[in-house]
Design a protein around this ligand. Structure first.
Ligand SMILES: *[C@@H]1O[C@H](CO)[C@@H](O)[C@H](O)[C@H]1NC(C)=O
Ligand SMILES: *[C@@H]1O[C@H](CO)[C@@H](O)[C@H](O)[C@H]1NC(C)=O
Ligand SMILES: *[C@@H]1O[C@H](CO)[C@@H](O)[C@H](O)[C@H]1NC(C)=O
Ligand SMILES: *[C@@H]1O[C@H](CO)[C@@H](O)[C@H](O)[C@H]1NC(C)=O
Ligand SMILES: *[C@@H]1O[C@H](CO)[C@@H](O)[C@H](O)[C@H]1NC(C)=O
Ligand SMILES: *[C@@H]1O[C@H](CO)[C@@H](O)[C@H](O)[C@H]1NC(C)=O
Ligand SMILES: *[C@@H]1O[C@H](CO)[C@@H](O)[C@H](O)[C@H]1NC(C)=O
Ligand SMILES: *[C@@H]1O[C@H](CO)[C@@H](O)[C@H](O)[C@H]1NC(C)=O
Length: 468
C-alpha cells in the first residue's frame, strides 16, 4: 500500500491539447447580482485557456477526450452530432439500469431493447494510468457511472477495437495473475458487470456489458496499477479484455469509479478512504484535476448535499434536486417533479437531463431573460440556441440549482452552454421523455466546481471556482 504524503494527495491533472498555449486576453467575469457578463470568445472551444490550475501536486493527466484524441491520435475535430448521440445513449443506459433496479428486471433483459448503446464510451474525460511490471501507459475513460476497470488485452480473441496506445500484453508483465473462478471477487462480479462470470480452465471470465452493443469480455485478473511512482496499488482487480466491442473512441478501456466492490474507489479504499474530488475545467484547453483522499480538497468553501440511493442501484451517485432559479428567481416547479424519479450526478453525461416539466420552466425563464439576443435554430434536442456571431460580450441570467442540504449552486457561465458554432450556442440542458425518468446532472454544469465525493460521509460537495 502506498503511504506517502503524495499518495494521500493523489491528484490528476485535467488538461488538454492546447495546454502550452496561453492567451493574452484576460477573461473578465463580472457578476452583477442575478446576471453574469462574459466575453463570447471565452465560451468558444477554440479559446485559449486563461484559468489557472490550483493544483501543483497533480500526478496524472486527466484530459477531455477530444483533447486527448488530438494528442494521442488523429481523432479529428469534435463531432457535435456524435456528442449528442452518445449523450442520449448514455441517458438510456443509466435510466434502464435504474429502472431495472426499481422493477427488478435484469439489466440484460431490458438492455436488449435499447436502440443504441454507447454507454460509458460517451464518458468525456480520460486519465492515463500505468499497468503491469514493467509499467505500460494506458489512457482510460474515467467513469463515475460504471464499476469495473478494464483494458483491452493481447491476445485479442474475436475482436479488439483500434486504440492509440499498444494493447496491454499480460504475458510481458511479471505482476499479472489470473483470478480463479472460486475467488470471492469473481463471485461478486455480477453487480459490477451486469452479467454472470464464467469459468475457463478455472480462470474467472467476465463480460462487462453496457447495453446491446458495447461490451468487454476476457479474464478477470490482478495487476499492479501505478498512478505515480509513489501511488502504486498492487493486486488491483481488473478486466483483461480479449473481446471488446463498441465505440470506445480509441481509448484503452475504462476506469470505474461507481459504488461497487470492484470499483477503483472501493479497491483503493485503504489508501484513499473512498473519497475523491475533481474539477472539470471551463474549456478543454484548460487544466483541472482529479484527486483521491480526504484532506486533499483545495476549495476554501464547500457546500454539501446528502448522497442518496436511487432505486435499488447503489452504483450511481444520487442527489436530491429541490429547485432551480433563473436570474435569482425560483422557478415554480412542484417539488414532486424532482422527487418522483430522483437524480444522479454523473461524470460521463455531457448535458443535464431534467423532467420535462422542470425543463419547460427553465427554458421559458431563460428565453425571457435572453430575449434581446438573436435566437438560432435548435441543435437536435437542444432547442434553446443563440446566434452570438459578431457579439463581443453577453449578459446571461445566473442559473442556480438547489439541492437538499439545503445548498445553492450558481452555475459558471461555461456551465450553461454547448457551443456548436458562434452562430449556434445552445442552452446545455435537455428534457427527459417523461417526468418519471431519473434526472442526470451532467458534466457541462459541473465545470469549474470542485466536486467532492465523500462516500463514507454520504455526501457530495460543491466548491465554486475550483479551477477557473
Ligand atoms: C490563442 O493564442 C494564440 C497564441 O497566443 C493566438 O495566436 C490565438 O489567436 C489565440 N486564440 C484565441 C481564440 O484567442
Ligand atoms: C504539494 O505536496 C507537497 C509535498 O507533499 C506539500 O508540501 C505541498 O503543500 C503540496 N502543495 C499543494 C498546493 O497542495
Ligand atoms: C458525426 O457523427 C454522426 C453520427 O455518428 C455521423 O453520422 C456523421 O457522419 C459524423 N460527421 C462527421 C463529419 O464525421
Ligand atoms: C490465465 O488464464 C488463461 C486461461 O486459462 C491462460 O491462458 C493464461 O496463461 C493464464 N495466465 C497466467 C499468467 O496464469
Ligand atoms: C457479452 O455480452 C454481450 C451482451 O449480452 C454479448 O453480445 C457478447 O457476445 C458477450 N461477449 C462474450 C465474449 O460473451
Ligand atoms: C457465461 O455463459 C452463459 C451461458 O453460455 C452466457 O449466457 C453468459 O453470457 C456467459 N458469461 C460471460 C461472462 O461470458
Ligand atoms: C431526497 O428526496 C426523497 C424524495 O423526496 C426524500 O424521501 C428523501 O428524504 C430526500 N433525502 C434527503 C437526504 O434529503
Ligand atoms: C433589452 O434591451 C432593452 C433596450 O436596450 C432594455 O431596455 C431591456 O432591459 C433589455 N431586456 C433584457 C431582458 O435585457
Amino acid at each position: 500500500m502506498a503511504s506517502s504524503l503524495l499518495s494521500e494527495l493523489m491528484r490528476i491533472l485535467l488538461c488538454a491539447f492546447v495546454l502550452s498555449v496561453h492567451s493574452p486576453f484576460e477573461k473578465k467575469v463580472h457578476v452583477h447580482g442575478a446576471e453574469i457578463t462574459v466575453p463570447v470568445s471565452s465560451l468558444s472551444p477554440s479559446a485559449n485557456c486563461t484559468a489557472s490550475t490550483t493544483n501543483v501536486n497533480s500526478t496524472l493527466k486527466l484530459v477531455h477526450k477530444y483533447g486527448a484524441r488530438s494528442q494521442l491520435f488523429d481523432g479529428g475535430p469534435i463531432n457535435h452530432t456524435q456528442v449528442l448521440l452518445e449523450d442520449m445513449a448514455r441517458v438510456k443506459w443509466i435510466q434502464s439500469k435504474i429502472s431495472n433496479s426499481i422493477s427488478g428486471i435484469s439489466d440484460l433483459e431490458s438492455a436488449v431493447n435499447l436502440p443504441a448503446s454507447y454507454g460509458p464510451s460517451s464518458s468525456s474525460y480520460v486519465v492515463t494510468i500505468g499497468l503491469g511490471t514493467p509499467t505500460k501507459d494506458l489512457t482510460l475513460l474515467f467513469d463515475t457511472g460504471s464499476a469495473l476497470t478494464w483494458t483491452q488485452c493481447e491476445p485479442c480473441i474475436v475482436s479488439c477495437y483500434s486504440q492509440a496506445e499498444p494493447i496491454f500484453d499480460p504475458s510481458r508483465s511479471s505482476s499479472y495473475a489470473n483470478i480463479s473462478c472460486s475467488a470471492p471477487s469473481c463471485l461478486n462480479l455480477p453487480s459490477g458487470t451486469a452479467q454472470q462470470p464464467n469459468c475457463s480452465d478455472s480462470t474467472c471470465v467476465y463480460n462487462s456489458t453496457y447495453g446491446d452493443q458495447s461490451f468487454s469480455s476476457g479474464f478477470f485478473a490482478t495487476e499492479t496499477l501505478t498512478l505515480t511512482p509513489t501511488d502504486v496499488i498492487t493486486n488491483f482487480e481488473f478486466g483483461c479484455g480479449e473481446d471488446n466491442e463498441g465505440t470506445f473512441n480509441g481509448f484503452a478501456g475504462l476506469l470505474g469509479l461507481g459504488r461497487d466492490p470492484v470499483s477503483f474507489l472501493e479497491q483503493s479504499a485503504t489508501q484513499y478512504g473512498q473519497y475523491f474530488s475533481y474539477c472539470l475545467p471551463p474549456l478543454s484547453s484548460c487544466t483541472g484535476y482529479l484527486t483521491f483522499g480526504r484532506g486533499t480538497v483545495t476549495s476554501p468553501s464547500l457546500n454539501f448535499t446528502p448522497m442518496v440511493t436511487i432505486g435499488q442501484s447503489s452504483l450511481f451517485y444520487g442527489i436530491n434536486i429541490t429547485g432551480i432559479s433563473v436570474g435569482g428567481n425560483p422557478l415554480s416547479i412542484p417539488l414532486t417533479v424532482f422527487s418522483n424519479a430522483g437524480a444522479i450526478i454523473d461524470s460521463g453525461n455531457t448535458f443535464t437531463h431534467l423532467p420535462p416539466t422542470a425543463y419547460a420552466a427553465l427554458r421559458s425563464a431563460f428565453q425571457q431573460a435572453m430575449a434581446n439576443y438573436t435566437s438560432a435554430p435548435p441543435f437536435s434536442q437542444l432547442d434553446t440556441c443563440y446566434d452570438f456571431s459578431g457579439v463581443s460580450t453577453i449578459t446571461v441570467p445566473v442559473i442556480t440549482f438547489s439541492f437538499s442540504g439545503p445548498i445553492n449552486v450558481d452555475l459558471d457561465a461555461s456551465g450553461m452552454f454547448f457551443w456548436v458554432s458562434a452562430s449556434q450556442v445552445c442552452l446545455a440542458f435537455a428534457p427527459n421523455i417523461a417526468d418519471t425518468s431519473v434526472s442526470i446532472y451532467g458534466n457541462i454544469q459541473q465545470r469549474t466546481f470542485e466536486v467532492v465525493y465523500d462516500v463514507p460521509g454520504g455526501q457530495i460537495g460543491f466548491g465554486a471556482q475550483g479551477c477557473s
